[in-house]
Design a binder for this molecule. Sequence first.
Ligand SMILES: [Zn+2]
Length: 488
Amino acid sequence: MSEYDYDELGLVAGLEIHQQLDTETKLFCACPTTLREPEAAAKTFTRYLHPTRSELGEIDEAALEESRVGRQFEYLAYDSTCLVEEDDEPPGRVDSEAIATTLEIAALLDMTVADQVHVMRKIVVDGSNTTGFQRTMLVASDGAIETDDGPVGIEDLMLEEESAKRIAETDSGVRYGLDRLGIPLVEIGTRPDIRTPEQAREAAERIGMLLRSTGKVKRGLGSIRQDVNVSIAEGARVEIKGVQSLDDIDDIVRNEVRRQVELLSIVDELDARDAAVGEPQDVSDVFADTDSGVIGGALGGGGKAMAVRLAGFDGLVGREIQPDRRLGTEFADHAARQGAGGIFHTDELPAYGVTEEEVEDLRAAVGAEPDDAVALVADDPETAGLAIEAVVERVPAAAAGRSTDVPRDGRAAGRARRVGDRDARTAHREGRALPGRTRAGRGPRRAGRLRPANGVVRGGRRDGRRPDARCGDPRIDGDGAPPGRRAR
Ligand SMILES: [Zn+2]
């Protein structure tokens, strides 16, 4: 792949590095920070997400959306976890070993330590915390590290609780392990000072080296994870989450730049063709006698084939943006969020048992001109309708050059964790756009991420059983809830 002139493209990148600390006990209880095998679980319990109003009377949209989905979160508890992880007991004091290590890291990064450290809450809607939020503390700010291409500022250093470990997707939701929940985690955010892929790698390596030099951080797969923010002057700011290997950071930045450059060229072409999206239509009749297994199977089971005309998109839906990633892939991702197995589009048809004649009939059915593409979903009627709408909603963003987006932070966090379980090469394809065409800075996003402490979402207990108490450190301290307002 040819190198771009990153200076000319206006590359701006920043890093967010998450590192688990190797403390004896967890951040808010006296449980050990050791990981367990799912088979060793002592019991399981299930919670659902309930959106509640904040003090300002607002309901978190992401929480509301997630609660509508009605997913079931199942948690594995161990003989090495306690009621704090289950959110059936208030948190204990902040672990002093974790504080000491965080202060050491602050000194190594030449940071200014806060006069007071307060525990705040970040809303979590993917079930990765039994509380419905993640406790986090701003410990230090305003540091810097040196790289060959100049200094990279360190914006802030947070000490927070590690999320529960995603073990599996279940039919009704997600299964998590509580062994990882509450392990102290530091989050180091750089300023958007990085200008080349090599500098991103060097900055990540340097920070990683400083962390390891304390001798107090966990090692091994999953113990360090990085988010990489990448933007170019004309492109969207994209955050690639859950990168586990430092070695891949430069490639990830390069690939993301390439993706944005390719997307922008598609945007120019769509603009020149006056691209637009039509109204979804039921095209089941076109496929009444189809040999396509997917479409035939859906229709035979009482489903529908829904299609939409993508005016001006011919040839662009299937054009590769980066290895194995096309605009069509992005549309398919959105359809998949509605439960559809995927979409077909005319740039890749005839194929998959769909004949030339069916493609012609499909084009005719939605009134497609030669410059147009058609997207098609076959599924049960409700899923097909929602999925095709998801494609329709995605089209204006595609035409404006905004790339893959995943709604709101919480869901993205869930996605990130999935990404984190795979390799970084997968991760770079799952970057998500942040609102607007802003450059890679961390300020606005951070401001939006920290919410009023009062419980906006929370897992509700439904199994009705009281678990056995263990590992008690009953001191009520260190939680971010305003006095008397702890959500239960
Ligand atoms: Zn515990």
